[in-house]
Design a protein around this ligand. Structure first.
Ligand code: IMP
Length: 452
């Protein structure tokens, strides 16, 4: 049985907490896309673990798999594993042989290209994610399996590195160093390959996972990032270079759509919106310099105050980069788009505690563009940028003892917050499975438990 977790907005919806909670019943937790751009924090036995690549389940004794749809920086992989070992854990992490490896030149090029793009820059994490997927699609990538075979690794590097060096030096006019040196890369990546082999970490992902399912084990598929930064369904070009939507769980693991479709697909919704990076955001409050297009430092004090309040209450600062995130009201057309694209069977709505104490809570119920009302996202980002949010206002709810609410259950959630939740449920026509009322995993109201 599988359960797939998908971010329904722009990433940072609190997927980790839900994976953590529902992952208790899972034997294997798999990531199917992305790489070390996915900052997540896991709290286990009172200890905080910050991870950016390995699946959070690995902290809790589950097998953590990086599927073939991931791009894997072996340096980050081993750093994270070693850091967990130093803290007394024994993470069991497997990596798909079909996954592509991130090389130092990918990181360098990510930085150079972002600078070059100016207004079109996506505000990437500069982890080399996009350039690695580019090489994968361009059939010049190097896979984890290639690192296990010295001849293949050398052959691939000798083909690709001179091209990357020429791109950096001749097109972008930058100097290159060790990151573009075949011999240095070969030595380093052979060492990584040897370690992967010695520790028995590589798998044929689809075969491994199907075998576990056939044995009656539970598999959790953990999406990183979110639907609106999906390369196909997101706000292109301000997107990541992979598919966080549920279809990505099939291609990115080697399990078929029917295997994924037999289980739940849970959309994770944050009760408001946050965004790291550039591009339009119709329900944005105030703005962040360097990220909000046409940022106006003199926007109204009231909006700025509200934005700062939500940002601080919600801890809206990037886990990987520490950058302040842009914040806004819930964007319901964005959620309708996500629910359809992934076929959600359940919702987990997080952070309703962050909005507690406000007099009123607004939502972008629809958009208006050229005098027309739209209930879902238009297909181009330019059209999306022309959309004005049509707001609905809800009465606020008080700040309460959320840990007690989590213990007592759904009925203990303040009435106005339940009205808000039920509005989301009815607009998306998807039942609520869980409500996040605080940062700890105990601070979750569980309505439905998947796998049962
Ligand atoms: P990249 O994934 O580093 O290439 O970045 C592309 C876009 O995705 C940028 O706008 C990033 O801010 C955004 N992004 C990547 N990973 C995350 C994440 O884990 N949470 C939120 N945004 C992300």
């Amino acid at each position: 049985m599988t359960v797939t977790i998908v971010g329904s907005q722009l990433g940072d919806e609190g997927k980790g907490g839900v994976v953590d909670l529902y992952g208790d019943a899972a034997d294997v937790v798999v990531r199917y896309q992305g790489g070390d751009n996915a900052g997540h924090t896991v709290v286990h036995d009172g200890e905080k673990y910050k991870l950016s690549l390995i699946p959070s389940g690995a902290v809790r004794g589950k097998v953590g798999v990086l599927g073939n749809g991931c791009v894997v920086n072996p340096e980050t992989l081993f750093d994270e594993i070693d850091a967990l070992r130093e803290r007394g854990l024994e993470p069991d992490v497997r990596v798909a042989e079909r996954a592509h490896a991130i090389f130092p030149y990918h990181r360098v090029l990510d930085g150079i290209e972002e600078d070059e793009k100016e207004d079109l820059a996506a505000g990437t994490t500069k982890r080399g994610i996009g350039p690695t997927y580019e090489d994968k699609a361009g059939r010049r990538g190097i896979r984890i399996g290639d690192m296990l075979d010295p001849d293949t690794l050398r052959e691939r590097l000798e083909y690709v590195v001179p091209q990357k060096k020429a791109l950096a030096e001749e097109v972008f006019g930058t100097e290159t160093g060790e990151a573009f040196d075949v011999e240095a890369l070969y030595e380093t990546y052979r060492e990584y390959g040897t370690r992967l082999e010695e520790e028995g970490m590589t798998v044929d992902c689809g075969t491994y996972l199907q075998g576990r399912i056939d044995d009656g084990d539970n598999v959790m598929l953990e999406g990183a990032q979110g639907t609106s930064i999906d390369i196909d369904h997101g706000i292109y070009p301000y997107v990541t270079s992979s598919n966080p939507t549920a279809g990505g769980a099939c291609v990115g693991t080697g399990l078929g759509p029917s295997a994924i479709g037999q289980g739940d697909v849970i959309g994770i919704v944050k009760a408001y919106l946050s965004r790291v990076g550039t591009g339009p955001l119709p329900t944005e409050l105030a703005g962040v310099e360097g990220q909000t297009p046409g940022y106006d430092p003199d926007s109204s004090d009231e909006e700025e105050e509200l934005a700062t309040y939500i940002r601080d209450e919600g801890g809206e600062y990037g886990t990987v980069t520490g950058r302040p995130r842009r914040v806004g009201w819930l964007d319901v057309p964005m959620l309708r788009h996500a629910a359809r694209a992934s076929g959600f069977t359940g919702l987990a709505v997080n952070h309703i505690d962050v909005l507690a104490g406000l007099d009123e809570v607004e939502v972008g119920h629809a958009y208006e563009r050229n005098g027309e009302e739209l209930l879902t996202m238009p297909p181009t980002t330019e059209k999306w940028g022309e959309c004005e949010a049509v707001f609905r206002t809800f009465e606020g709810w008080p700040d309460v003892d959320w840990a007690a609410v989590a213990k007592e259950g759904y009925a203990a959630i303040p009435e106005n917050a339940r009205t808000y939740l039920e509005y989301i449920e009815s607009e998306l026509d998807v039942p609520i499975y869980a409500v996040g009322v605080g940062p700890g995993r105990e601070e979750t109201v569980i309505v439905e438990t998947p796998y049962e």
